[in-house]
Each structure stands twice: as C-alpha cells, then as structure tokens.
Design a protein around this ligand. Sequence first.
Ligand code: BGC
Length: 749
Amino acid sequence: MFSLHRKSIVMKKYFLILLSIILLFSCSKKSAIDQQLNNKVDSVLGLMTLDEKIGQMVLYASDGDITGSSIKSGLLDEIRKGNCGNILNAYTTAHTRKLQKIAVEESRLKIPLLFGYDVIHGFKTIFPISLGESCSWDLEAIEKGARIAAIESAASGVNWTFAPMVDISVEPRWGRVSEGAGEDPFLGSKIAAARVRGFQGKENDLADSLTILACVKHFAAYGAPQAGRDYNTVDMSQRVFLDTYLPPYKAAIDAGAMSIMTSFNELDGVPSTGNKYLLTDLLRGEMGFKGLVVTDYTSINEMVNHGVAENDAEAGLLAVKAGVDMDMQGEVYFKYLKKQVKDGLVDEKLIDEAVRRVLRVKFLLGLFDDPYKYCNEDQEKRLVFAPEHLETAFEVAKKSLVLLKNENQVLPLKKGDKIAVIGALAASKRDLLGSWKAYGDTMNMNSFLDEFKIYNGNTNVIYAEGCKKMGENISGFGAAIAAGRRADKIVMVIGEDAEWSGEAASRTSLQVPGVQTELLEKLKTLNKPIVVVLMNGRPLDLTRENQFADAILETWYAGTMGGKAITQVLFGEYNPSGKLTMTFPRNLGQVPIFYYQKNTGRPSYLSNPKYKSRYIDCPNDPLFPFGFGLSYTNFEYSEITLSATELVEKGELTAKVTVKNSGKYDGEEVVQLYVRDLVGSITRPVKELKGFEKVLLKAGNSKEITFKITPDMLAFHRLDMSFGTEQGDYKLYIGGNSRDVKQTSFKLK
Ligand code: BGC
C-alpha cells in the first residue's frame, strides 16, 4: 500500500517535470517563431520610405459594394506607387489577381495587398443572418457557417473578413442587431469565439490558403446607440461596459482574432477611433491584443463632425496617437501623416509600430510567400457555392428557426393538406438573403413558396400575395381571402424587407410594416388554422399577430437554403430547436427590455401595485423572453440536485437536472443555467446566463445534464472596480428559457 502510494508520488513528480520541459520547449519554440517573424517584418520595414509606410496604413474601397462615399480615384496608380497596401470590397480571383499583380510586380517593394470584405453570414452560399444563427445555440453549427464563409471567400480572392460583429445589444430599434448574437454577454462570447475559429481555422493557422483573417467589430459598445438610432451617441457606466459589452470582444481576441475595427460611436464623450484608453490602454495593454486596428468607414474624418477635431488633419493625429493602424477609406493618413511626421507632430516610431502590425498579418497569411495563394481559379470554381456548402447552410438554417407559438398543435402541417400561402415575402428570394449578403445572389435558389410547392405538391398550394411588405394598398386582400376560403389551413408570411435591418436601418416602430397584419386579421375571420411565418432582422412587437395566429415561426432571414429549411420545419421533417437570443417586447414602450435587468428598490411583484417599478398600461414582462423557443415535443425538467450547498474558493459545484422528452417527437432542447447573486457591494442582475447545453432526446427518453459551477464564473467588477467574486448567497436556475426555470440556492464561501 505504502510503496504503491510512494510510487504514484514519484510518477507524479516525473510527470510534472516532463510537463514543464514540454511547456518550456513549446514556449521557447513559440518565441523563436515570433522572433523569426519579427525579423522578417523588420527586414521589410527597414527598406521602406515614409510614403511606403503610410501606404500600408490605408485601406481603400475597390469598385465593389460601398457603405459610404467612395472618395479615392486613381486607385491602380496608388497601388503601383506603394501608396495603397490594402483594398476592401474586391473579390473574385480575376479581380483580386489583377490588383495583386500590380502590387507585387509593379510597386517598388512588391508588398502584397490585403483584401477585406464584409463576409458576415456567408460569401456566396448565404447562411441565416447572424442573429438567426445565434438562435441555434449550436456553437459547432455556427463555427461551420463561418468556416464555409471563409473557404468560399478565400477561394475567391478575399483574405480578410470584417467579421465577427460581436456588439451586444438590447436595442431592437437598431437595425444592426441582425448582425450580432443578441443581448447576452456569455452566449455572445461563446459565439464570437466560434466564429473566429471558423474564419481563422481551428488551429488558427492563417497560412492555410482556406483560412482568412477575422476582424472583430465594432470596438466598442456600438450596440448601445441612444434611442436605437444608428451611429448615435453611446453613454454607459464603466462597469456596464466592462461586465456586459466588453466580454465578446475579449473572447474573440482570446480565440486569436488578429484584427479589430473601431466603431463609429463615441463612448463617454470620446469617439472610439480617437480613443486612446480603448485602443491602447485597454485593448493592447490590459487585453494583450497583438493584431492590427482598422477604423470603420471614414470614421477618422467623422471625428470632425463629432466635434473633437477641427479638421481631418487634427482627427488623423487623434487616431494615430490613440493606436489606429489603418485608415479605412478616409484618406486622412494618406494626405496628412507624412507632413505631421516631418513637422515632429507624430513620432515615426508610432508609424513603424503600426506598419509592423500590418506587415505581420501579411506574413502570417503567407502572402509574402505566395501573394496569389487566394487567387486559385480552379479552387474558386470547385468551392464557391459547392453542394456540400449548401447542404450545411440548409442544416444551419433549420436550427436557427424559433417556434414562438403553436396552439392546438396546428404545426406540423400534414403533407397533402390544402394550404393557402399568403404574403409578398413568401415569394421573395432576395429577402431570404438578409442584409450583408456579400456575393450572394438570387440565382440558383428557391423562394419559400417554391420549396413549399415542391414539398406539398403544386395543386395543394394556393398562393396569393395579398399585399406588399410595405405601403397601404389593400387591393389584393380579396384574392387572399378567397384563397384562404378554399384552403384547409393558411400560412401567411409577413415581416420586414431585408434592407430594413442591417446598417443605417433603425426604426421607431417595432410593428410589422404596412397592411400585412390588417390582412392577417381579416384572414382570421375565416376561422381556419393560421400559421404566421416571420421574416425579419430584429425583435418585433408581435402583440397583434399573437392574437390572430395559431402558430408563429420566427425564421429571420434564413439564407440561400432558407425556403427549404422553413418548409421542412413547418411539415415536421425537422423539429424546431431554436431559442431567442434577444427578448421580444410587448411593445416599443418596454424597450430596452432584457432578461439581466436589476431588481430595483420597488420591484413590481411586491404588494400595493401603485408605487412600484411598473407600467400602468402594460405588464413588465416581455411577450417572449430570452432563451424561449418551442418544440413539437415537450421537455420536462426535474428538480435540481446540487453536489453541495457551499462553494469554496478554488472549489467546484455540480448542478444536475434530468430532462425528459415527454412528447411524441424526437427533439433538441437548449438547457440553460442562470445564477443570481442576491446581495453584493453593487446591485446585481436578477439572472445571468452561465452555461447551456443543447441535447437531442428521442421521444420518451431522459438525460441527466450536469453543469459545473466554479467561483470564477461569478466574478464581476465590484464596488471598487476590482474584478472578482463576493461571498454570500446565490440562486441557481435551470430551465428551457430565462423565465420558466427550476431553482435552488448555494453559498459562496
Ligand atoms: C460598417 C462596417 C463595415 C464597413 C466596410 C461600415 O459602414 O459599419 O461594419 O465593415 O462599412 O464595409
């Protein structure tokens, strides 16, 4: 016994020594590689004139898509002269090869170009919009989506994507919520990291010709514009910023993202593009970011409008001193930086640092070894829009749909039922692609209506447009009602035009536009089961639709394969498993509404309803809470069993719950873990998501789900702004959404 014990101690010791040797070896190997890379970078830097250095610090739009004014003329000549080292919105091997050829064959130093593009949810094979994809809570699926987007763009000449967009938002008026992962920092961080792994590859091997450089955006807190108006002022406490808005940027950087984009907004009075605290102290200092910082489109120039610089030149000084390496489209560095260095206003060392960071990513991408590695025509033909990519887009699309209501089991539909399909969106291909559709087009894809007819048989589908997405025209109502009369069931597709979300698409109403809901109300009088299929890019106020519809399926903009995915879910070929990642309010007046709110001193549940934190004309709770989504089956949760009721420093608790599929269909459930810190040195949210697991359960089967809780999961910025935990009582909740949960308690010692 004794010698066995001794033996195991000795073995442990050897193991530890071996481990330290391996670690030491791999660290020194890593620093040797870093050193080699630095030497390479410096060997190029040493050859560069000041003009050529500044040329690496600019990024100009090619003649592709633009999101602001295109102000650069004579682009090819600038590449030739070494004045332009980076291009955005150029794609296809033919186009990028032409530009790259000028850079590496006609410029003095032959430095290859970076090609950036907004590959947000697919390149040509379009996946669901990012908000929709986030509702899958399926990190593997999300990573695959980004992987395929990277493969297709890399095969088409692009080596840099302006994604992932990781801005937390509780502001449905803001159109750009469609590009993010919703309201929650914990889930948002997991998704941010998954997307970076997808773009840059699991091993973060940028040299692989099918990985591309990720760009985390928009740094920082762009998702909290006042009144939901795009580009508007952001003002929040430092604590809220650090605990709620910062984590996804950090997660993306920790996952290896090598570039980051500044945001358009100001934060505490300082525009991000000139914000030294954000870009240098926090990002490079505390967060240890080693990659390059690029501005958003002309955001240096916009600091003049913000009112922190008198002119572009002054704005450029703010940016370069704050830590901006690359000026997107603004021509400020190009026009003023050289003179500012000569006049002693900017230290050339600052320029050298910025250029080093740009050259470094070009080396990491392997562009110095082979500048045409992303211009392989055969690969482009084979990989862009490949059948297996479409198959994955179909799988991911199914997972992103959220069933919000299903009264009397109207869904799934039965094959062969006579069904009236109503609504302009039903027949639209363009809308399925959502905003930021990159190179996606409507060729070679089907609308929802096409797919619905293929599945259910042409003769069993009666289509009537009824009305447009917008406008007041009701002349089509008669035909739609006639169609409804002839059918057993009605499927009405309503929502927003795809361009109503995304950039510069803020709204002051969250209602379904035009007369779509009016028509729904009319159809309701036919007394036939009505299924509403929603296409939209933000949480909407669905209070009226909820009155008229028996079932509601939220489909976002589900991508190239969206029509087929929606059809299959409606007919029960796939059991919906998506869960909301943003709260759906009852009306706009409740906004901002999110599940991690504070309790307040007068919570509404206390007796005497008058002087409470409540509305007099509407309940406090949302129509559909965060984490909510139905299935065609039912899931039952057991009570929670905790391994102990006390958690000590460096200790661990396990929380177990048994989930049973008690319905008739196999199905997936997202089991969610929340905690609440009951008393703190500052007030704490009523719930915070701390874990989740998506499980597939066959009908009748059960599974025990285990969550580990460690003290670090409970850390926050305390009263004195230090980051850490506080002892005391906690509640722990597990359930299928943020509202309907089982609960227990524990103490942090
Ligand atoms: C957007 C960015 C985008 C950039 C380049 C800007 O207007 O805010 O998200 O990456 O344009 O297209």
